[in-house]
Design a protein. Structure first.
Length: 258
């Protein structure tokens, strides 16, 4: 009996990010940090911590069961227009033995909970062979919560002169041609699109625009609020931003300061 669940998503991709990681245990926390930052910047409406945990488990599985010298674990996040989040982790093993018969491990077992945990958190999990024939991809699909607040959908093309100017203080090798406002739904006013981390410690380079024609560069200090989870990474937006933090449970314990 086939154990492959073909992807069922049909909505167009709105945001996409991918990176390859070495097949080493140290890649798991690194992928977790990158995923949390990416989903926070996207303002994905679902539970970011659940998504980060699922990705962490899938990467750990790839490293443990499919790691080969000189190979990479490919990680991809894609947010669809309907708010669905795809978490893809690829590895060089062209099979997933026993996928169709995965059951929750006993309380005495110390591993084997990754797929079961992802499903318990509401993800639809499947796997499929990669199109290039080089291994497989394990995919977890997470829907957004009902009634979630959508972020601002304004986009701004980065003016050529500002793009050139932005390369000077930036540590990034390139500047995106256009950026999306990273604020949640807000009143008419300034919009902010992230361009890159700045060379200044604890700051990032943003495109700030008002209306259709006014735009400028802004080096803004990172929000100092840290997550209440075990990793404790900080908020990925600028100080005094006008939106809720990803970690809702700790809002009464933390606050933004300049």
């Amino acid at each position: 009996m086939a154990s492959i669940e073909e992807p069922q998503t049909v909505a167009p991709v709105e945001q996409e990010w991918s990176l390859g990681y070495s097949m080493a245990s140290g890649s798991v926390p690194l992928a977790r940090i990158h995923a949390r930052r990416t989903l926070t910047l996207w303002q994905w409406a679902g539970d970011v911590e659940d998504a980060v945990l699922i990705l962490s488990e899938l990467v750990a599985n790839a490293v443990r069961y499919a790691g080969k010298p000189g190979t990479l674990a490919g990680v991809r996040l894609a947010m669809l227009e309907d708010g669905t989040l795809l978490i893809d982790v690829s590895d060089p093993m062209p099979a997933f033995p026993g996928f169709g018969s995965i059951v929750a491990p006993s309380p005495t077992e110390v591993s084997g909970r990754g797929i079961c945990l992802a499903r318990a958190l509401g993800a639809r999990v499947g796997w499929f062979l990669r199109a290039d024939g080089d291994g497989k991809t394990v995919r977890a699909e997470l829907p957004p919560p009902d009634g979630a607040v959508k972020r601002c959908t304004n986009w701004r093309r980065v003016p050529l002169d500002l793009a050139r100017e932005a390369r000077e203080p930036s540590t990034a090798p390139y500047i995106d041609r256009s950026v999306q406002c990273q604020l949640s739904a807000h009143d008419d006013g300034d919009h902010f699109g992230l361009l890159a981390d700045a060379s200044t410690c604890g700051a990032a380079l943003w495109l700030q625009w008002h209306g259709a024609d006014e735009a400028r560069l802004a080096v803004l200090p990172d929000c100092p609020v840290t997550a209440p989870g075990p990793d404790g990474e900080g908020c990925c937006l600028f100080a005094d931003h006008t939106m809720q933090h990803t970690w809702e449970d700790a809002l009464e314990e933390v606050s933004c300061t300049s």
